[in-house]
Design a protein around this ligand. Structure first.
Ligand code: TXA
Ligand code: MG
Length: 344
């Protein structure tokens, strides 16, 4: 395993490695991906192996130009309304944190889609990702670069700590600016449907293409319901036990030594510290806030970084405050609820 920074020659070397069937972890604006050439079944198989990921959990194909969507998907199989929505979505949200579920192109190995007739496609906004994809075969299959079921990596060190020598190359592109994974939108099943809330909000999508439903499988909506492939309960879980609490509950919880807290904003943390006189009992670093002023984009960008940090403290439990359910809020709550569900 070699740890590279983001110079052009290093990106070129990593692209060569992809062409040769090796695995390259690379930065995107959401989280780091574990990339393999989309057309190389042996490389795809290694992605599943390295992540410890079940083969029924399909991958996202990353492209560098909107036109390359045809390499992964057969958009002629969409109806006219589907094609119209696709064109609007591509123009408005690509490059960016939106993954589209489309009819699969035959040339893409079944392993990429876990045998489904559909394929997930995304055009990331990070320049390192786009250059890497451009210099490789132009279609890179990549799940998040974490062991299956564990927290997604938002910096190169997370990848190195979690996957280490099991990855051939790690491209370091600094911290991820969005911080939660892309929104997954299914365009193949009549009314567009969000399978996973993420970096593009439902409100933004609806403003462009009209009504969008949210799959019952996305955690913030209905936990315990049957899940679409990959929308598994234990996703995004830290090793430390975690529970989630609405704000009112969070600020009324007594202090317990050994427990860490993750607050949404400074206001809720201050109330908790003040009313319960916890200040002397809990070290300040054990009670971080996602965003001082309650900005949801900032909260999303810091979510995984803080969960990684809290997971390393050796706390007996992490208690996390749920955030308001608007904008990027559902994506954040989805990750928190899934992290908590590991404990049943
Ligand atoms: O932001 C992101 O999307 C990141 C970066 C690296 O691009 N990638 C990511 O990949 O989050 P991953 O593998 O952790 O999550 C992909 C999700 C899985 O839950 C999978 O089930 C779903 O996409 N998915 C892929 N293909 C699908 C399909 N044909 N139908 C339904 N869901 C699909
Ligand atoms: Mg993932």
């Amino acid at each position: 395993m070699k740890l590279f920074s983001t110079y052009a020659d290093k990106i070129r070397a990593a692209a060569e490695a992809l062409r040769a069937g090796l695995l390259v972890a690379f930065p995107t604006e959401t989280v780091y991906g574990l990339g393999a050439d989309c057309f190389n079944p042996a490389a795809l198989a290694r992605v599943f192996e390295v992540k410890g990921r079940p083969r029924f959990d399909p991958l996202i194909v990353h492209i560098a130009e909107p036109d390359a969507v045809d390499r992964a998907a057969d958009v002629s199989l969409l109806d006219s309304q589907g094609r119209r929505r696709l064109a609007l979505l591509i123009r408005r949200f690509w490059p960016g944190p939106l993954t589209l579920i489309l009819p699969k192109q035959d040339a893409v190995p079944d392993l990429a889609s876990s045998g489904l007739p559909t394929i997930a496609v995304r055009l990331p906004a990070h320049p390192v990702a786009r250059n890497l994809i451009r210099l490789s075969t132009g279609a890179v299959a990549a799940p998040s670069a974490n062991p299956f079921g564990y927290l997604s990596p938002t910096c190169a060190e997370h990848v190195r700590d979690q996957l280490g020598d099991r990855v051939d190359y790690i491209l370091d592109g600094g911290p991820c600016l969005v911080g939660v994974e892309s929104t997954i939108l299914d365009l193949c099943a009549g009314e567009p449907r969000i399978l996973r809330p993420g970096g593009v909000s439902r409100e933004e999508l609806e403003a462009l293409i009209g009504p969008v439903s949210v799959s019952a499988a996305s955690g913030a909506e209905a936990s315990g319901a049957p899940r679409a492939p990959g929308q598994l309960k234990s996703h995004y879980a830290p090793r430390t036990a975690l529970s989630v609490h609405p704000r009112d509950e969070m600020i009324a919880l007594p202090c317990e030594t050994g427990e860490a807290r993750l607050f949404f904003e400074a206001a809720s943390r201050d109330i908790w510290l003040g009313t319960l006189a916890c200040r002397s009992l809990v070290p300040e670093s054990w009670t971080p806030v996602l965003s001082k002023r309650g900005n949801l984009a900032e909260a999303a960008a810091r979510l995984f970084e803080l969960l990684h940090f809290l997971d390393g403290l050796g706390a007996s439990r992490i208690r996390a405050e749920l955030v308001p359910n608007r904008g990027l809020g559902p994506a954040i709550n989805d990750r928190l609820i899934r992290a908590a569900e590991k404990d049943g």
